[in-house]
Design a binder for this molecule. Structure first.
Ligand code: IPE
Ligand code: IPE
Ligand code: MG
Length: 274
């Protein structure tokens, strides 16, 4: 938070917004469905890939803002298992842009002590993309700042299938299969996100009201924030607005609010007194 305020001059319109955020109640993990690149391009009579290209700058600004704000983990949905249905040229452009991002942003990741991870079926990516990705992940593996997860060739159902197979393989290997006892912690520990908290806040750009197979297990209690802003237009102010909105939410997790809890205590005390 301090790092973010240091970069904002007193007259900067984002400063007021940043100051309205409580640094003690930040989401530990933000996940974003970066959607609307194609529509952004269509509005400008440009090819769809121009939208993806413009989206790279939104990624840079979002990553930097989250790191400076003090967010623990940021997960960006970059390519779903369903996105292979798109024309080959579009898919190839996405790989080119990913490699461009990794080469251009490595210094920024290091400066901000960001640790990069990839979530998804990475083995199915073209070899050159996989190598660049793995190199960037290993070069940043010692960083202890924000976790940046790129969900690439990611599907929530595929992740669950992979998790169950991992559990079965481990149990077969260590001989515990006959007495295997599955619980929520075991499933969580087999997911791609196994060592990270669930997202507190899920943002989707471009107004679509669906989760499109993203983090199905982990978003059980995430706060949802959908903005009409198209991904290439998403900037620091949009991210700060989403966090400010998140801080107004009453997260009950199926229970009661703190004030209702107090009321109940008073009621119980009153009944006891009577
Ligand atoms: C999101 O933008 C980027 C990816 C899915 C890779 P889209 O390409 O889905 O943009 P729209 O939804 O067609 O506008
Ligand atoms: C979700 O967006 C996937 C990513 C942002 C990478 P899509 O544009 O693929 O999702 P749908 O088709 O609108 O559900
Ligand atoms: Mg889309």
């Amino acid at each position: 938070m301090k790092a973010l305020l240091e970069t904002l001059r007193p007259g900067d319109p984002d400063r007021k917004l940043a100051e309205s955020i409580d640094p003690l109640r930040l989401p530990a993990h933000i996940a974003i469905i970066m959607d609307g690149n194609g529509r952004w391009a269509r509005q400008r009579s440009l090819p769809r890939v121009a939208g993806h290209k413009a989206g790279v700058d939104a990624v840079r600004e979002t990553v930097e803002t989250c790191a400076r704000l003090g967010i623990g983990a940021l997960t960006l949905y970059a390519f779903s298992v369903e996105n292979w249905k798109r024309p080959r040229t579009e898919v190839e452009t996405l790989w080119r842009l990913l490699r461009f991002y990794l080469h251009r942003e490595l210094d920024l990741l290091q400066e901000n002590r960001i640790r990069l991870s990839a979530l998804g079926r990475i083995d199915a990516l073209p070899a050159i993309v996989r190598e660049d990705l793995e190199e960037c992940c290993s070069k940043t593996a010692q960083n202890r700042g924000m976790r940046l997860n790129l969900a690439i060739n990611y599907g929530g159902r595929a992740e669950l299938v992979d998790a169950f197979n991992r559990i079965l393989d481990n149990a077969r290997r260590d001989g515990s299969l006959p007495v295997l006892d599955v619980d929520e912690d075991l499933i969580s520990s087999a997911l791609y996100t196994r060592d990270q908290p669930d997202p507190d806040l899920l943002i989707r750009t471009s107004g679509e009201m669906r989760v499109s197979n993203f983090l199905l297990w982990q978003i059980a209690y995430s706060e949802l924030y959908v903005t009409e802003t198209l991904w290439p237009d998403f900037r620091r102010a949009h991210l700060l607005r989403a966090v400010a909105d998140y801080q107004k939410r009453d997260r009950r997790f199926g229970g009661l609010t703190a004030s209702e809890d107090d009321e109940q205590l008073v009621e119980v005390a009153g009944v006891r007194k009577a």
